[in-house]
Design a protein around this ligand. Structure first.
Ligand SMILES: Cc1cc2nc3c(=O)[nH]c(=O)nc-3n(C[C@H](O)[C@H](O)[C@H](O)COP(=O)(O)OP(=O)(O)OC[C@H]3O[C@@H](n4cnc5c(N)ncnc54)[C@H](O)[C@@H]3O)c2cc1C
Length: 449
């Protein structure tokens, strides 16, 4: 039976042309006739960092699940990024070093592809593909100011009256304020988003927030890369209790090393020579090895990472039709675990599924799905953060047990490639965390080898 083509109708506006917004636009374009993506930045037509995405100057690891979804949404992405734009792809376990709790994971073939590129390259490529879709328009230099809604919702008293359906967005462009009419507005404005304020302006409650602050400071730089600098396309060195410093080095396009170093209560210096020396103080020397002799391309830059925040839109009892939130605006995760872009990609697929069931009650259905999606990376990151005594939060029995178990996983993974692979499949959001307790893995972990 031939499926009839979907009748595309209506206008969706996505606020924020970063990864979550672009991926949302990609799936919205399947059912909306018109999709407008607004961003207050100029959106450069080359792969360079921009003001609205300051994290673009720091290492961005794309998890294996994220790469798979990007490939599904933009067929040929991996091949094009590698062959035309100099990105690097290889096996995630055999060709990259993973050092957890000070234990280097055994290098083995994991059959999971790791795509390494800078964040500006990845975002620029995705933006180019999204802009080429029928019905999609980009509006750079356009700042969203608030939502516009029609009719009255179900509020009872005049002071608590809620607006009904969202049907537009107030924007500021070229010094002029206008309203863009829309059937759906999607907030993809990231960590510092104003969605809760916009809801309050319409008489709706703001979502409650869960927060945890790992107290991280990132310092990142790029270096020239030569083939014999280091044996691998990446090294990820996790902080340990005894030495709470970590970092990542990635073999990115233009034959460069992209390096991010972070400390908890200690931070990497920003002058290039001391930065390289500081890399030698990490729990393992891999990153230092890669850059010890390499000339600096971009000097170190610092960024304080704020608290990880999960806004519980799924718990709101009332929410206006015609409005959605996606990506970091729902949940901004600790970036040290590299989950943000992948979580946004999984949410985009969930949005596609929700739209396939119609537009009624979209927000409620989508937030319920997004909460299930976010729960996994959130609990993985929070559990790992709570290993460190300076991080405030509830160390439940489950948290303590998980950290005890994962520490054993890392020890065993140093010698057993299958255990390492099981860990990487979970850390890359391919498998659910329960897989680490499958009998074959648990037996090895509990035996100690
Ligand atoms: C230092 C750091 C390192 C990270 N490393 C990784 C990593 O290794 N791997 C990974 O997967 N993720 C990483 N992340 C997370 C990743 O960057 C995000 O998860 C990802 O970009 C998705 O975020 P987003 O699109 O929701 O929001 P953002 O990327 O924050 O984008 C928000 C967009 O909204 C625009 N905007 C904001 N306000 C307005 C407004 N009022 N009007 C119009 N436009 C507006 C901004 O210009 C911007 O384009 C890292 C994050 C940080 C901070």
């Amino acid at each position: 039976m031939v499926t009839p083509p979907v009748q595309r109708s209506g206008h969706a506006i996505v606020v924020g042309a970063s990864m979550a917004g672009l991926l949302a636009a990609r799936v919205l374009a399947e059912t909306f006739a018109q999709v407008t993506v607004v961003d207050r930045d100029a959106l450069p037509d080359e792969p360079i960092a921009r003001r609205g995405v300051p994290q673009g100057r720091h290492a961005h690891g794309l998890l294996a699940r994220g790469r798979e979804i990007l490939e599904e949404l933009f067929p040929g992405l991996t091949e094009e990024l590698v062959s035309r734009h100099g990105a690097v792809a290889a096996d995630i376990q055999r060709d990259a070093a993973w050092i957890n709790d000070g234990h280097p994971m055994r290098r083995d073939f994991a059959d999971m592809l790791c795509l390494v590129a800078t964040r500006p390259l990845l975002e620029w490529y995705v933006r180019d593909r999204v802009t080429a879709l029928p019905g999609v328009t980009l509006r750079p230099n356009t700042e969203a100011l608030g939502l516009v809604a029609a009719g009255n919702g179900s509020g009872t008293s005049p002071t608590r009256r809620r607006a009904g359906r969202v049907n537009g967005l107030r924007v500021l462009a070229s010094g002029e304020e206008t309203v863009l009419a829309a059937d759906l507005v999607v907030d993809a404005t990231g960590r510092s988003n104003r969605g809760p304020t916009w809801l309050a302006e319409l008489g709706y409650e703001a979502p409650t927030e869960e927060k945890i602050d790992p107290g991280l400071v990132y310092v990142s730089a790029t270096f020239e890369r030569k083939p014999d600098d280091y044996d691998g396309i990446a090294a990820v060195v996790g902080a340990t209790l005894a030495n709470p410093r970590g970092g990542v080095v990635l073999a990115v396009e233009n034959d460069q090393w992209m390096v991010t170093l972070y400390g908890m209560g200690d931070e990497a210096p920003t002058d290039a020579q001391s930065y390289v020396e500081w890399a030698a103080r990490l729990p393992r020397p891999d990153i230092h090895q890669a850059i010890a002799e390499a000339p600096v391309v971009e000097a170190p830059r610092r960024m304080r990472i704020g608290p990880s925040t999960w806004r519980r839109y799924d718990k709101l009892r009332r929410f206006p039709e015609g409005f959605l939130v996606i990506g970091d605006a729902i949940c901004a995760l600790n970036p040290a675990y590299g989950q943000g872009m992948t979580t946004a990609a999984v949410e985009a697929l969930a949005l596609r599924d929700c739209l396939a069931r119609g537009r009624r009650g979209l927000a409620k259905r989508f937030f319920a799905r997004a909460a299930k999606i976010v729960a996994i990376p959130w609990s993985v990151a929070v559990t790992a953060d709570l290993r460190f005594p300076h991080v405030q939060g509830r160390r439940t029995r489950a948290v303590r047990f998980l950290n005890w178990y994962i520490a054993r996983v890392h020890r065993v993974a140093a010698r057993d490639g299958a255990v390492g692979k099981a860990f990487l499949r979970v850390a890359n959001l391919i498998d659910p965390p329960q897989r680490l307790f499958a009998p074959a893995i648990a037996a090895k972990v509990l035996r100690g080898h």
